[in-house]
Design a protein around this ligand. Structure first.
Ligand SMILES: [Zn+2]
Length: 266
């Protein structure tokens, strides 16, 4: 069934209201709010209630987690490129694939692959966000996913047990919600395959962070950072490894692609 103009209108109004609320709460920058209104509008309007629930679960839980434990996380915040206020690049990195899949769902309403791929993509970005937000609270220091060597807290490509369990929990939440909107015979896909695909997507994110993602160093603080061109202290940062174009946004997009593709390949 093609979505009616009314459901599209309701979807875009809902997307706009949530984007405005997030902008007022400083969870999104102005450009982030515009991108969220567009992607949210497409996902709500073309996907309907099941798609809306998955997107809202990701958005509400990740905004909540980024606000929780702020004091404990203050010392590592500077290592992330953009603090907790998301801009348009971050919004499209996390929701862009979902918006394209919502268009595919509207274009091929009898096909189930857009919904499966959407669940896998949302599981991966939710896993990655939960791992990032909760992993920094780990009592043990992170180890680089490629070498096993201990790295600074918050450094790209570092893994902790707590962060990995948080990733799995974030992916299970999305899979469980998706299962509640799907046929009973597909339960195994949403309760096992989607969480696994989400976890592997977030591990792939860490792998890229440890290998080819562009990483900078601030010469005056002597710290690794994703911030460029300037560190929080105002000093210009210099690239120390990775491909110049492969920033955190592309890595997050790759994470959601891996979640979607692995879910479809099951
Ligand atoms: Zn600095």
């Amino acid at each position: 069934m093609t979505p009616s103009p009314l459901s599209l209108l309701i979807g875009f109004i809902l997307g706009l209201l949530i984007a405005l609320a997030a902008w007022r709460a400083r969870a999104l920058s102005a450009s982030g709010a515009a991108a969220a209104a567009l992607t949210g509008g497409l996902i709500f309007g073309l996907g309907g209630l099941p798609w809306a629930v998955l997107l809202l679960a990701f958005f509400i839980s990740s905004s909540g987690l980024s606000r929780a434990f702020k004091r404990q996380k203050a010392s590592v915040y500077e290592k992330f490129s953009k603090g907790s206020q998301r801009d348009w690049g971050q919004v499209l990195a996390n929701g862009g694939l979902g918006a394209l899949l919502a268009i595919a769902h509207a274009a091929f309403p009898s096909q189930s692959w857009p919904w499966l791929a959407f669940a896998g993509a949302m599981a991966a970005v939710n896993a990655d966000t939960w791992a990032t937000e909760l992993g920094v609270l780990s009592p043990t220091p992170p180890r680089r996913i490629t070498t096993g060597k201990i790295v600074e807290r918050g450094a790209s490509g570092g893994l902790t047990l707590l962060g990995t369990l948080a990733a799995l929990a974030g992916a299970v939440l999305i899979g469980g919600l998706a299962a509640s909107f799907s046929a009973a015979q597909q339960a195994v896909v949403f309760l096992a395959i989607v969480p696994l695909a989400g976890l592997l997507g977030s591990l792939f994110d860490s792998f890229l962070g440890a290998t080819v993602q562009v990483i900078y160093r601030c010469p005056s603080c002597d710290k690794e950072t994703e911030r460029h061109p300037r560190h929080l202290c105002g000093t210009e940062t210099a690239q120390i490894r990775g491909w110049r174009w492969l920033n955190n946004d592309w890595v997050n997009l790759a994470c959601s692609l891996v979640g979607a593709i692995l879910t479809l390949l099951h």
